[in-house]
Ligand binder design. Structure first.
Ligand SMILES: Cc1ncc(COP(=O)(O)O)c(C=O)c1O
Length: 434
């Protein structure tokens, strides 16, 4: 008889992990700044802000204090028919940093739900306006928007969604013109992508409710970057054709691209923007879907059927709103926190990686660095190098989680220059030793 003691299993089911073959998860005792301390005392530099969320590093005392104080006042209240100061303050403060026409903030729990809400808003917008036929979505190849069936449908080219294909609804896909330092074919790739979009919109002029994109950087798809010009041209083409533009800034928001939001960097104005991850700086789970006044007005009616029937038990959670307000205050007090990293990435990658023959397609945007390890296997998420590199980086005290053969850094903004130097040196050494 098998006893539980003899099984190599845990009661905790970890995500994106084959429990049977994976190394056991590392037990973390505490975190401070960019450093995680394990139960055995070993220290690890968090080079990716955990899953891209801890923008101020771990356990920032001001955010912790704000949550504690709010918890003694009001932790949560049903968000239909009730409101509270932390939510109203957050809506007001976040809107100050977004294009003027974005005026209405809908709360939910994570990046995936922020996207799902945006898709439902766009779909219903046309119905509320009495327009039939605009029921289909456009997305970019290799895009990722989360894990529900709607978000997976738009991110359907991700290899790990393959087995769910029969469940997914149809979407029109446009190529993404990924580019990098020294890329000589950028213009041709952009022209191809824009021509594909133009052809689609011309063939089906009134078919699409919206386009959903990750502006400037496709994260999970391999930290693939594109130019600001491309995002501007794509957005303009969609606006000219009358469909809504949704920016999934779940990852790019709150400074990641070196500006508050990617839409500023690209000088564009989407109709809907989705935010999560850095919003609460890793303390609480929360997301926002922010819509233009025009979209909101299409729901504003005497007709109850025109309301947005979407809710979550924890939406508008007062502790999460408080965490977000405290994080925004820190960002406003230190705007250089996210602007200083681009120059550091540039100088450190030039010093430690540029000459490494095993690395290619180096790219930097704001606080993000990425490059690919030359590989003879097919590239992408299931490239075996990912797991091997992850282990080697951990042995050297760095939490870096390559996406297949793509190595990337997305550090907390508080990371020190010494910590970055040691990370870049580690990448250079590990890659050379392969
Ligand atoms: C661009 C983008 N959209 C949506 C999501 C989903 O967010 P969450 O993991 O919070 O559901 C992610 C997560 O990595 C993301 O990078």
């Amino acid at each position: 008889m098998t006893t539980t003691a003899t099984l190599k299993t845990s009661n905790v089911w970890h995500p994106f992990t084959q429990a049977k073959t994976a190394d056991p998860p590392l037990r973390v005792r505490r975190g401070r700044g960019a450093i995680l301390e394990l139960e055995d005392g070993k220290q690890i530099i968090d080079c990716i802000s955990s899953w891209w969320v801890n923008i101020h590093g771990h356990c920032h005392p001001e955010i912790a204090r704000a949550i504690y104080e709010q918890a003694n006042l009001l932790e949560h209240v049903i968000f239909a028919g009730f409101t509270h100061e932390p939510a109203e303050l957050l809506a007001k403060e976040v809107l100050r940093h977004l294009p003027d026409h974005l005026q209405h903030v809908f709360f939910s729990d994570n990046g995936t739900t922020a996207v799902e809400v945006a898709l439902k808003m766009a779909y219903q917008y046309w119905q509320n306006k009495g327009v039939t036929g605009r029921t289909r979505f456009i997305a970019l190849e290799e895009g990722y928007h989360g894990e529900t069936v709607g978000a997976m449908s738009l991110g359907r080219t991700m290899p790990f969604f393959k087995r769910f294909e029969p469940l997914l609804f149809e979407v029109d896909l446009i190529p993404f013109p990924a580019t990098w330092q020294g890329d000589t074919e950028r213009q041709e790739k952009e022209e191809r992508a824009l021509s594909a979009l133009a052809a689609l919109l011309e063939t089906h002029p009134n078919r699409h409710a919206c386009i959903l994109i990750e502006p400037l950087v496709q994260g999970v798809g391999g930290m693939r970057m594109c130019s600001e010009d491309f995002i501007r041209s794509l957005t303009q083409a969609c606006k000219n054709a009358g469909l809504l533009t949704i920016y999934d800034e779940v990852m790019t928001g709150f400074g990641r691209t070196g500006e508050w939001f990617a839409c500023h960097r690209a000088k564009t104005d989407p109709d809907i923007i989705c935010l999560a991850k850095g919003l609460t700086a890793g303390f609480m789970s929360m997301a926002l879907t922010i819509a233009s006044n025009e979209i909101y007005q299409s729901f504003y009616s005497d007709d109850l059927q025109k309301a947005l029937f979407h809710s979550h038990s924890y939406m508008g959670n007062a502790l999460a709103c408080t965490a977000a307000n405290a994080s925004l205050k820190l960002l406003e007090a230190n705007p250089e926190s996210f602007t200083r990293l681009q120059a550091l990435h540039q100088s450190k990658s030039e010093e430690y990686l540029n000459e490494n023959k095993r690395l290619e397609r180096l790219r930097i945007l704001g606080t993000i660095f990425a490059c690919d390890v030359v590989s003879h296997q097919s590239t992408g998420y299931f490239n075996n190098l990912g797991l091997l590199l992850r282990r080697k980086f951990l042995e050297r005290g760095c939490l870096i989680r390559p996406l297949g053969n793509t190595i990337y850094l997305m550090p907390p903004y508080c990371i020190t220059e010494d910590e970055l130097t040691s990370i870049y040196r580690t990448i250079g050494d590990v890659v050379s030793s392969l």
